[in-house]
Write a protein that binds this ligand. Sequence first.
Ligand code: ADP
Length: 496
Amino acid sequence: MSEQTALQTAYPAIVTRGDLGHFIDGGWHVSDGERLDTWNPATGEVLTTLARGTSADVDRAVASSRRAFEGPWSRFTPYQRQMALHRLHDLVDAHWEELCLIESLDVGVPLARMHATKDWTLRLIAYFASQATAGAGETLPNSMPGNFTTMTLKAPVGVVGGIIPWNGPLMSEWWIVAAALATGCTAVMKPAEDASLSVLRTAELVMEAGVPAGVVNVVTGLGREAGAALAAHPDVDRIAFTGSTETGREIIRASAVNMKRLQLELGGKSPDIVFADADLDVAVPGAAMGVFANSGQVCFAGTRVFVQRSIQDEFVARMAEFTRQIRVGDPLDLDTQLGPLISDKQLERVMGYVDIGGREGAELVVGGRRMGGAHANGFFVEPTIFSQVSNDMRIAREEIFGPVISVIPFDTAEDALRLANDTVYGLGGAVWSRDVGTVNTMVRGIQAGMVWVNCYGITDPSIGFGGYKQSGYGWKGGPQHIEGFLYQKAVYINGD
Ligand code: ADP
């Protein structure tokens, strides 16, 4: 048996079964409609095919989620939902190797990176399990005559539509699935057409955890079809969306039909500001991996690296040296640090921006090419650094979503803040400095939903993150996230 065949036989069933439908009402719903190819981005080969969801499929999934919400799921106590989340936590733990392999084949994420996210994913599920019994209203004082007791109660909003992107479905789905389970909501997930497999597999695990059929449904398909149908569906109460700012706008418009509650995590062009007094041993790899991690396909990637002019040359030289040593290649090789981009479309987009950077007069320091040789058929781009970038160039203003860093010089802290905030986005931002005064000024001044100091890209489920400006709204993580899945009701009890 050749090595390739040996690996094929070890592929998870979700990859090899070949007849994937939607996951509705606790089982596979094989759609009669058209099918979509989904690729292995490391080889450029078709991995399997997905059902191309129609609005009828979305109707079926939403009706199933509504039935579950009003029926069996409504009779689960908070403790029972918590236990279901604990079982799911253990199932995800037990199936982690399989889930990593699915994600790696489907998205191109290196297995090593997947292994590193295990603890984070399990913590996220555990956090939401803890919240199942924590959501509470308040007994509030009132100033009314008579004998009134007044309080607020919390109730699940109902059916939540989860529309998520391709850059890490196994991580992003839990913000919705686990929060729905914790609060008593139900969810219809619409994963991205390029990366649906781990979400489908998770739906099976949700059933295995003893959650009633219909609580978590999955409809696969295109954004403008299944996604748009879900966003506009009159019986969906809330949409949790992660994706581009442009699609976010469409979802806002579609939500008007029934005033859906929204949580939107959108694009970014996050500033990462390095002062001359920073510890460069930490700042250089930190700022580089703040962009290159997941091949730059991270919404809060710190793609505009502002470097104080006095250390500009040293910083760029050290970052280039670090970048040349990054191991890019086969995601299944445990030594690989960076995998391919998700698709040929994304590859074209990133290469287009490399071209634009050159034409705009930025200096290409390292990278900038599609990889050839053994990787010629995959969607690989070398990690790329541009220096001498100015904040008004397109590569510094538009979200590239690839491994491309723009290094932009600055002189003073005021300068850095003005440039950092001169963007329509406000998702993340970071400062590298050992001076507490500088740090305080930047932490207060950066207009973003997350600010990191002497680190980049860390998130914790109990703290979470959000967006300023066109990076979206609706806090993700922590008690505020849970609030988003709940209605609040004021109760006035007349005791006279
Ligand atoms: P990206 O540029 O990262 O692919 P998108 O915003 O296009 O981001 O996609 C994120 C998710 O939104 C995907 O699941 C996609 O299918 C879905 N989507 C795209 N367009 C729409 C739309 N008009 N309505 C609802 N969902 C959409």
